[in-house]
Design a protein around this ligand. Structure first.
Ligand code: FMN
Length: 179
C-alpha cells in the first residue's frame, strides 16, 4: 500500500508523530512518506493508495490548510482508505481525549464533508523555548484550564506513543482490506 501522511505542524511535534506513524506503516509492509500539507493537494483515488492527515490545534483550530484539504478532497477520499488525527493539549485530560469528547475534533467534523475511515486524537507537547512572549502568555492561560501544574523550564510531552502505534497498526490493517 502506498500511504501518504500529510502533516500540519507548527512547532514540530505533530511532525514527530507523523514520522512515528510512517515508521510503523513501513514496518507493516507499506510504502509511507510524510509531507507537509499545503491544502492545495489534489488526491487522485487509485487502488493501493491511502492518505492520513495529522494536524495540531493552534488557538482553537486546525490550520486553514487542513480545512481546505478536507473540503477539496472529500469526494476523492471517499474512494480510498483515509484517516485523520488531531494533536492538542486539551487531549491530555481524561474525558477530552477521544474524537467525540475533544472539542477541536468535534468542531472540525461538524463542518467538513470528509468522513475518514479512522479518526483519533493525541495529546501534544509544550516547549516554551520555541514560543514568542505572546504565545507563551496565552498557553500559560490554557494551562490553567487544564487544571494541572506544568514546568515551563523544560519541554513537556503528553503524547501516549502506544496509542500512536496502535493507530498506525490499525490503519495498516484497514488499508490492507481496501474500501
Ligand atoms: C501558539 C499555540 C497555541 C495553541 N493553542 C492550543 C489550543 O487552542 N488548544 C489546545 O488544546 N492546545 C493548543 N496548543 C497546544 C498545541 O496543540 C501542542 O503544543 C501541540 O503539541 C503542537 O503541535 P505542533 O508542534 O505540531 O504544532 C497551542 C500551542 C501553541 C504553541
Amino acid at each position: 500500500m502506498d500511504i501518504v501522511v500529510l502533516c500540519s505542524s507548527r512547532f514540530g511535534h505533530t511532525r514527530r508523530i507523523c514520522g512515528r506513524v510512517a515508521d510503523i506503516l513501513r514496518q507493516d509492509g507499506n510504502d509511507a512518506r510524510v509531507l507537509d500539507i499545503t491544502g492545495r493537494e489534489r488526491i487522485e483515488p487509485a487502488p493501493g493508495r491511502a492518505v492520513i492527515v495529522g494536524a495540531s490545534t493552534r488557538y482553537g483550530y486546525f490550520s486553514p490548510r487542513v480545512w481546505r484539504f478536507a473540503r477539496t478532497n472529500a469526494a476523492a477520499l471517499a474512494h480510498i482508505p483515509s484517516a485523520f488525527f488531531g494533536v492538542n493539549l486539551v487531549a491530555a485530560n481524561d474525558g477530552k481525549n477521544t474524537p467525540e469528547t475533544n472539542v477541536y475534533m468535534r468542531r472540525f467534523f461538524e463542518h467538513t464533508p470528509w468522513k475518514p475511515d479512522m479518526i483519533d486524537v493525541f495529546a501534544g507537547d509544550l516547549d516554551f523555548s520555541l514560543y514568542n512572549p505572546f504565545d507563551a502568555a496565552v498557553i500559560k492561560m490554557i494551562r490553567r484550564f487544564m487544571g494541572r501544574d506544568i514546568d515551563f523550564t523544560q519541554r513537556v510531552e503528553f503524547t501516549n506513543w502506544d496509542d500512536v502505534a496502535t493507530f498506525a497498526h490499525d490503519f495498516s490493517a484497514l488499508a490492507a482490506h481496501g474500501k
